[in-house]
Design a protein around this ligand. Structure first.
Ligand SMILES: C[S@@+](CC[C@H](N)C(=O)[O-])C[C@H]1O[C@@H](n2cnc3c(N)ncnc32)[C@H](O)[C@@H]1O
Length: 257
């Protein structure tokens, strides 16, 4: 399966393609872990037959874990991403783990998913909301929730008001609207979402992501068309080693008021 044609919310899709190729086969395409996903899930109140979607699911580490953990509820999980190649990996993993009936991979735009407003009990998303921007993402995703529905997502977040200049420069280019925890929680409350909980992902979640990313960089070192993407990812790792104390991923668990 090829990438879906660029969506309005992904005008940069072409520039993004080398990174998606570089990250092909990685089970997680950003910091995260089973422990963090399960910790967040334990903070989510769910009804008996919840309607669930994982938006920007990549190759579906979280969607598979949600499906496995919530198997007794026999609830299908919509797993949506713009990257059809990652969804191919998800389809294979779901089949191998006997979860295919529960995981529904779907190519689409998380800014405009084919999900009726007010229909979801749980909207999950790890490492993807930055592509929309937090305020825009919260606004769009809140509308998809039923009253009382829960939104659980991770987002890159400043841990300091005055981070080191090199971190500020790099993240200023990658994610200009990146906020602190306090600012993000205020944004969430302003969007009509109550805060059920939030926690910082452990640094080990980053090292695990970097281990997979570095393995892929080594595999693809010979591919000239990926040279820029590889240098970018290695730069991201170097930056984190030096200044990662000043930023990180935070899991936010919010409820539609
Ligand atoms: C950092 S990756 C995280 C993937 C996955 N959640 C994980 O943690 O491994 C961000 C994902 O968001 C997807 N994405 C970005 N913008 C999107 C959009 N507008 N619609 C659907 N998916 C999008 C990318 O294709 C990518 O798979």
């Amino acid at each position: 399966m090829n990438l879906h044609p660029p969506y309005p919310s992904m005008p940069f899709m072409e520039a993004f393609t080398p990174l998606l190729r570089l990250f092909k086969g990685m089970t997680r395409k950003g910091p995260g872990s089973e422990t963090s996903t399960l910790r967040a899930l334990s903070l989510c109140p769910l009804p008996a037959n919840p309607a669930i979607a994982d938006l920007g699911c990549g190759s579906g580490a979280s969607a598979l874990l949600l499906a496995r953990t919530l198997q007794p509820l026999q609830t299908p999980i919509l797993a949506l991403d713009a990257d059809g190649t990652a969804l191919d990996d998800l389809r294979e993993s779901s089949q191998a783990q006997g979860l295919l009936p529960m995981v529904k991979p779907c190519t689409g735009d998380m800014a405009n998913p084919d999900t009726p407003p007010g229909s979801l009990d749980l909207l999950w998303s790890e490492g993807a909301i930055a592509h929309l921007g937090l305020a825009v993402g919260l606004h769009i995703w809140r509308d998809l929730l039923r009253p009382g529905g829960v939104l659980a997502f991770t987002d890159a977040t400043w841990f300091e008001d005055s981070p080191p200049p090199e971190a500020r420069r790099a993240w200023g280019a990658w994610y200009p609207t990146m906020g602190t925890e306090e600012a993000n929680l205020r944004t969430a409350q302003g969007a009509g979402l109550d805060v059920l909980g939030h926690f910082r992902l452990p640094r080990q979640d980053w090292w695990d992501y970097f281990d997979q990313a570095e393995a892929r960089c080594r595999q693809c070192d010979w591919e000239e068309s990926l040279a820029e993407a590889i240098a970018g990812v290695r730069g991201e790792m170097d930056l984190y080693r030096r200044t990662g104390y000043s930023y990180g991923y935070v899991f936010y668990i919010l409820q539609k008021a």
